[in-house]
Ligand binder design. Structure first.
Ligand SMILES: Cc1cc2nc3c(=O)[nH]c(=O)nc-3n(C[C@H](O)[C@H](O)[C@H](O)COP(=O)(O)OP(=O)(O)OC[C@H]3O[C@@H](n4cnc5c(N)ncnc54)[C@H](O)[C@@H]3O)c2cc1C
Length: 420
């Protein structure tokens, strides 16, 4: 029997979930990803701030499907999709599909100021996390050697742009892990010399959270020594630092957590996209032009019944992956499909050690209880028993000893050296 061909582009939360379900059926499945691993993005900030190592939060995609002979995994970046010929083009090859799932996620958006990226990297991939980790560690090394206090301060100023969950988590972790746990091993710099800034253009951080939780998070960040700057837009970023309002903050450590743009691959589909480059899909997550091409996760613009866009979070991508896999498994025709409905179980963000905020099933949580719930959920959703065990052991080690373990500078190349 000729099996139908399903091609899945991207093995993030959405693509991997769909593939795991479809693998149980008689389909010829090809997964294409530009990396060989699935990354648990919610914990990337812990890799960037030396708390976890890359292998703790990433899993080789191939290993997930080692028992599924009907699943092929290919490493490569898809550059375009031809709807008419039903082919995916990548790295010089063409692959046919009967069903296509595009789950390519998103990248940072610099709101048209792409030149800022080289001074203010964002955090989306393992590579990003390792670059940020290296940048932070190299800055501390440079500060240790610098005797001029003005020049030294530039290495000890950390500026995070964007007060959403990622910005809040980074600011809290940098303040806590770097200041309290890493700096004591240096001799010429102290935690009191460092300064962490969190800049948000809106009137509050965690803008999608209830006011009470946003204020709680801002208060906890302040206790950690973070200066939260609200209602201010960044107008300039360069080699020396960041301009925000009438202030220029000299910094060698600028991190971008402010905007998202869907993967550029979506454009090649020649379907309607929104301002964030996401495909505007039908309520069964297929595109208007083809009922067997689905876009899921961060790459899709989907509204809930109140007309608000679904957030770019892992549960949305996973539920969409599950939904689309079931449609394909049933081979149901476009007009007989029940619309996708997101089951909102809530959102959470950590602020530092043993502190978090969250809204779970409508209940507002903060402090230790929120952090325990956050930890439990994150461990539960990591792929593979080994990763769960490793993260638990690393966390326990850190929480008992206050000593994060992953502080190696391994890619010390010319272009990564500090320029003053
Ligand atoms: C730092 C950070 C923290 C986050 N924290 C949370 C959190 O606490 N809770 C939460 O729910 N969500 C969180 N999110 C959001 C969540 O991770 C995303 O919403 C989710 O990953 C989206 O899933 P996806 O499948 O759409 O894309 P992704 O998981 O991003 O996967 C996309 C995949 O596609 C691959 N790819 C991209 N382009 C191509 C191409 N052209 N060819 C081949 N492969 C390609 C990529 O390599 C990647 O593997 C966080 C995100 C980040 C970046």
């Amino acid at each position: 029997m000729n099996m139908k061909k399903v091609v899945i582009i991207g093995a993030g939360f959405g693509g991997l979930t769909a593939a795991k379900i479809l693998a149980k059926y008689d389909f010829d499945i090809t997964i294409i990803d530009k990396t060989n691993h699935h990354v648990f993005q919610p914990l990337l900030y812990q890799v960037a701030t030396t708390a976890l190592s890359p292998a703790d939060i990433a899993t080789p995609i191939r290993s997930v499907f080692s028992e599924n002979k009907n699943v092929k995994v290919l490493l490569g970046e898809v550059h375009s999709i031809n709807r008419e010929t039903r082919k995916v083009l990548f790295n010089g090859s063409k692959i046919d599909f009967d069903y296509l799932i595009v789950a390519t996620g998103s990248r940072h958006s610099y709101f048209g100021k792409n030149e800022w990226e080289k001074f203010a990297p964002g955090l989306k991939t393992m590579n990003d996390a390792l670059k940020i980790r290296e940048k932070i560690l190299l800055s501390l090394e440079a500060a240790e050697k610098e005797s001029d206090p003005v020049k030294r301060q530039k290495y000890l100023n950390f500026v995070i742009i964007g007060g959403g969950p990622t910005g809040v988590e980074l600011a809290g972790a940098i303040s806590e892990i770097v200041n309290k746990n890493v700096i004591p091993d240096f001799r010429n710099i102290t935690a009191s010399m460092t300064k962490v800034y969190l800049i948000e253009a809106m009137p509050k951080i965690l803008s999608s959270y209830p006011d009470k939780l946003s204020s709680y998070a801002a208060g906890e960040l302040k206790k950690l020594g973070v200066e939260v700057i609200l209602n201010e837009k960044v107008t300039e970023i360069n080699h020396h630092g960041v301009r925000v309002g009438d202030k220029f903050i000299e910094s060698n450590n600028i991190l971008w957590a402010a905007g998202n743009q869907a993967s550029p691959l979506i454009i090649s589909l020649n379907t309607e996209i929104d301002r964030g480059g996401r495909a505007v899909v039908k309520d069964d997550l297929s595109i208007k032009e083809d009922e067997n091409i689905f876009i899921i996760g961060d790459a899709a613009a989907v509204k809930n019944k109140s007309g608000e866009y679904l957030p770019a979070i892992a549960p949305v991508a996973m539920q969409q992956g599950r939904y689309v896999a079931k449609i394909i498994a049933k081979n149901s025709a476009g007009n007989s499909r029940i619309a996708f409905k997101y089951n909102d179980k809530g959102t959470m963000a950590t602020i530092g050690k043993a502190k978090a905020v969250g809204v779970v099933k409508g209940i507002k949580l903060s402090g230790l209880i929120a952090w325990l719930a956050w930890s439990f959920i994150h461990i539960a959703y990591l792929i593979g028993f080994r990763n769960r065990l490793r993260v638990m052991v690393e966390w326990m080690w850190y929480y008992i000893t206050n000593r994060p373990g992953i502080r190696l500078i391994v890619k010390y190349t010319e272009d990564q050296q500090i320029k003053s």
